[in-house]
Write a protein that binds this ligand. Sequence first.
Ligand SMILES: *Cc1c(COP(=O)(O)O)cnc(C)c1O
Length: 377
Amino acid sequence: MTGFLPFTRPDLDEETIAGVAEVLRSGWITSGPQVRAFEAALSSLFCGRPVRSANSGTATLELALALCGIGPGDEVITTPLTWAATPNVIVRAGARPVFADVDPRTRNIDPACVEAAVTPHTRALMPVDLAGLPAERDRLYDIARRHGLRVIEDAAQSMGASWRGRPIGSFGDLVSFSFHANKNITTGEGGCLVMNDEIEATRCERLRLQGVLRDDDGGMDVAEIGGKFNLTDIAARIGLGQLARLEEFTIRRRVLARHYFAGLDGAAALGLDLPAADFTDSNWHMSQVLLPLARLDIGRGDFLRALKARGIGAGVHYPAAHLFTAYRALGWREGMCPHAERIGAEIVTLPLFPAMSEDDVERVCAAVTDIFEHHLR
Ligand SMILES: *Cc1c(COP(=O)(O)O)cnc(C)c1O
């Protein structure tokens, strides 16, 4: 690929585009047969567990919190290294987000910090699989079991990933995925929630569409107020086309990620921090390095601009969320999650998507290494 290399780009094939055109001509474009087919396909990927789709991964997190009955007076433990959606939904449910620090090796929530953060008000854990590397499921579920907590897995980034060989979503409590345009498979915007039983799934169906319950005589009732979170058939048809390619995408991402390790060898020896080298469980949603800023004579912004000047798009995913203004207003401060704060300040997301070539990876590695070497103190 020549020209500007973005950090990610969706891969939509002609079969999917033709399928979407068919839906558009069918006379039914909102939730219908495509949504049911997409949910059935997702359920079989997750070993038959009940799955319901929604119009975003934020919506599925909100639905999960509602299913758990989480609200005012409750605490939910999560990671600061995540997209703003994760702590935001906790606040929007009326509960208090409690940030636990991360393990600097995985950059995911550290179970020891989770254990230390449990109080009598804790109701749930909300771990995140940053960059598609699964958070420590065994220890987190052990903590949840011992303290009687729900687990809402924010698996927005880990579609296609696994934990010790078992697909994320195929086990556990509530598991939420996102199909945002930048995720490993997309519906444009969308998400899905994996649940434990049909009782939860039926309640989820009602909550995603105003809480309406229809009867056989054409009448309806609302017993529990719901929102407006349903996915369209247009989006679900994109999802079906994408799901068919999930394995291919994951394999390709792992190959490119491995190539990054080879290309960044030299910079790593000089202090560039590479991600955990997991090529079996991670889906490599992102390829992220840490700049040792204390040893460089430029800041992260300058580093990103230098890459951009060479036609390479890089990003920041994410600054530590507990230091955002809205969370400072809840009492969160520097020093409360020191690993997450440092990583959030140093992290850079390099381009990684299935349609990239090995040459593209080599070009990024050469640019990163060159800029890095020139600015080492
Ligand atoms: C993308 C993402 C979400 C939200 O998903 P949307 O579909 O954009 O609403 C939540 N959590 C994490 C970790 C994400 O990456």
